[in-house]
Design a protein around this ligand. Structure first.
Ligand code: CA
Length: 497
């Protein structure tokens, strides 16, 4: 693409000139219109999946998720473009970056009148349903059936709204992960069998406060979970320019109660002992919530098997973003650092995706919607900025696939300032535009991910990185121009002066 073209010319032209299927995608009529089951959790970071091989892999109870990876594709470089619940969900549905769809922080609603993937699937003859967490404020648009919680909702006895956000509230007397799956399977059982379907099942778990089901209370009872190497060091990357959210803040919250399994109990004043105790409770509660998700994904897979639907259904499982599980002594997300940026993702489609496929291409949340449309055989939407990765999943990655991604986080605070940046396969350059009062050199972070995969040392300003830093700054400017983020480009100009 001509990087000199501005927004919206560049991506509008790309959508017209590069219909899905370019670069070796499988023709949509080979398999007809497959069903799509899109399961998403909240904050279920890759460290808490068995199939991602983290320090916690042996402890995460995810046999059904691992089955999807074994029978399909696991993506190792899927990233969100703004690591926070509401914006990531809006980007997934619209195929647009936050600066285009307008959902930049937790505050904005997704405009029901705007184009989205569900509407386009409906027009392509799909039945569409959404069950569980929505979090986009206004009524879902494009779904024949929806039954959702408002905002964060509750883990236990959630209040759900069926087709009406003002009325229609019913309190469900059970655990949210189980209830949402019950509703999703009920809908599958009564759907019109003459049409393909797209079912979106979105769990509330594993969002804080990690209130797990009592059936998982004994999990990890006599276990000491392995700690990340960076847990006991200083908070954040050494030489990093922001404070971030330390576990000590979570300690304070957990001492008040409201989290899974009740209050944190600490009997020592030693800060390291308290930090380690907080970590153990936090991650155990988190993994107990994961166990329920996995069991319910198992129920969905069982349903597909039992009704001979597995062969003709694309099954996707992902999380809206990643999450820190004590790495850098952080919890929560928002940052462009790896644990927060990465979206774990598995996709199974037996006729087209080879078992145990691993895709290392840089895939983004804005690519989900164009991919679903590609499977539906409709061609992409001119409003969508992402690109279908159907071909990548099938082992035919287009030669001109992106080598770098653009990230931007808007909801700044002193501990977690607004920032944007670029990540390639090897490097990451971050600019904190929320630190405008700091000297220029203290607003940037640079990581060489091959030398420092855990991002423990900010390499910005090192003389040996001068050339690559200049190159990355230029590529960042190019991406901002290509994607039409004029405000981001202006912020970078100010920061470089
Ligand atoms: Ca989230």
């Amino acid at each position: 693409m001509d990087r000199q073209m501005g927004f919206p010319t560049a991506w509008l032209l790309a959508a017209v000139l590069l219909p899905c299927g370019v670069g070796g995608a499988v023709a949509a009529d080979v398999k007809g219109k497959p069903n799509i089951v899109f399961i998403m959790a909240d904050d279920h970071t890759s460290q808490a999946w068995g199939c991602y091989g983290s320090r916690l892999a042996a402890f995460a109870k995810t046999p059904n998720i691992d089955r999807l990876a074994r029978e399909g594709a696991r993506l190792t470089n899927c990233f969100c473009t703004n690591s926070i619940c509401v914006p990531s969900r809006a980007s997934i549905l619209t195929g647009q970056y936050s600066h285009v769809n307008g959902v930049k922080t937790l505050r904005e609603a997704l405009d029901p009148g705007a184009d989205n993937v569900a509407k386009r699937l409906q027009r392509a003859g799909y039945q569409t349903a959404l069950v569980g967490k929505w979090h986009l404020k206004k009524s879902p648009a494009g779904f024949d059936y929806w039954n959702i919680i408002k905002g964060q909702g509750r883990y236990h006895n959630p209040v759900m709204y069926e087709m009406d956000l003002d009325g229609g509230a019913v309190q469900q007397g059970a655990y949210s992960t189980d209830v949402f799956t019950d509703k999703a399977l009920d809908w599958l059982a009564r759907r019109d069998r003459e049409k393909p379907f797209c079912l979106m099942l979105h769990f509330k778990a594993t969002h804080e406060p990690w209130q797990y089901h009592p059936r998982h209370a004994k999990l990890y009872e006599n276990v000491v979970l392995p700690e990340p190497k960076t847990l006991l060091g200083p908070t954040g990357p050494t030489g990093g320019v922001v404070p971030g959210w330390p576990l000590e803040l979570l300690t304070q919250r957990m001492l008040k109660g409201g989290h899974g399994g009740g209050r944190l109990r600490v009997t020592s004043d030693d800060p390291q002992v308290v930090r380690r105790a907080t970590y153990q409770k936090f991650v155990k509660d988190f993994l107990r919530c994961v166990a329920a998700i996995d069991e319910n994904i198992g129920r969905v897979l069982e349903h597909l098997d039992k009704h001979q639907l597995a062969e003709d259904t694309v099954v996707i499982y992902t999380s809206d973003q990643g999450y820190f599980l004590g790495e850098h002594n952080y919890f929560d997300k928002r940052f462009m650092l790896e644990e927060s940026l990465r979206m774990p993702l598995v996709v199974r489609y037996p006729g087209e995706i080879e078992p145990q496929t691993v895709v290392e291409d840089i895939i983004l949340n804005v690519d989900f919607a164009p991919t679903f449309l590609d499977y539906a055989g409709t061609g992409s939407s001119p409003t969508m900025q992402g690109r279908s990765f159907r071909a990548n999943l099938a082992g035919n990655s287009p030669a001109d696939w992106r080598g770098a991604m653009y990230y931007r986080y808007y909801a700044g605070s002193p501990q977690r300032p607004a920032h944007f940046g670029i990540r390639t396969h090897r490097y990451k350059l971050i600019y904190y535009d929320g630190l405008k009062d700091q000297p220029e050199g203290q607003r940037w972070e640079l990581y060489d991910l091959t030398q420092d995969p855990q991002e423990t040392r900010n390499a910005y300003g090192d003389s040996k990185h001068r050339e690559i830093t200049a190159e990355l700054k230029q590529r960042l400017r190019d991406l901002q121009a290509e994607l039409g983020d004029r405000a981001g480009a202006e912020a970078q100009r100010e920061g470089s002066s």
